[in-house]
Ligand binder design. Structure first.
Ligand code: 5GP
Length: 197
């Protein structure tokens, strides 16, 4: 999506270790106009899918997912990070290795809010190694829900997550795929995606 790629080029900051900072428009300050345009693009890309709920993970997925849910006119649920093992049988639970904090989290969703009738669009801000998405897919699986697709704002194509998810046959639409970035020059190379706007 050209709008997002242009914004990343303008305001994204390439950090050492393959980290892209987008604090001024996604991860700290949030550009709601941009989120709305992203939501409209996902609505177009997933138009054939009977989505009736959006699923994301706290914290940074929530802002984008809320705007997507408003655009699709469906509820949004976020998986919560719990520090300790929670022996609460009212929750589905899985474990996720965090890319940014290098920790393992227990992640939960209440059984009240995820079940076999749900046709999900999973939304998140970044796709790196794919751990967050694999965890969300596991929660959906435990709940008997159907994953209709996954919408990611920024995929880092030089990390393995995208391949892991596409190998499962799930429609994954990352609105910007960064194939390379250089922390010395700040140069960013995007993968061409002709089916996107
Ligand atoms: P994964 O689980 O795919 O390895 O990492 C995904 C999660 O890590 C995302 O939800 C995002 O919060 C965080 N993340 C991964 N890479 C980056 C990055 O380069 N920049 C930022 N801001 N967050 C990232």
């Amino acid at each position: 999506m050209k709008l997002l790629e242009d914004r990343i080029r303008k305001d994204g900051i390439v950090r050492p270790g393959g980290v892209l900072k987008v604090d001024s428009f996604i991860n700290h300050q949030m550009d709601i106009h941009l989120f709305r345009e992203m939501a409209r693009e996902w609505k177009r890309l997933f138009a054939a899918k009977p989505i009736n709920k959006v699923l994301t993970i706290e914290a940074s997925g929530i802002g984008i997912a809320a705007i997507v849910a408003a655009e699709l006119d469906v509820p949004v649920v976020f998986a919560k990070k719990a520090m300790s093992i929670n022996l609460d049988y009212d929750n589905y639970e899985t474990r996720i290795q965090s890319f940014t904090h290098k920790k393992i989290y227990n992640v939960i969703v209440s059984k009240k809010f995820l079940g076999p009738d749900d046709h999900l669009l999973i939304v998140d801000d970044f796709l790196a190694n794919g751990c967050a998405l694999v965890g969300l897919l596991d929660l959906a699986d435990r709940a008997g829900a159907t994953v209709e697709g996954i919408g990611i704002a920024i995929e880092k194509g030089f990390q393995p997550g995208g391949e892991v998810i596409r190998a499962r046959g799930i429609q994954l639409e990352s609105l910007a795929i960064v194939d390379a970035m250089d922390d010395e020059t700040g140069a960013i190379t995007f993968r061409p995606q002709p089916h996107q706007s």
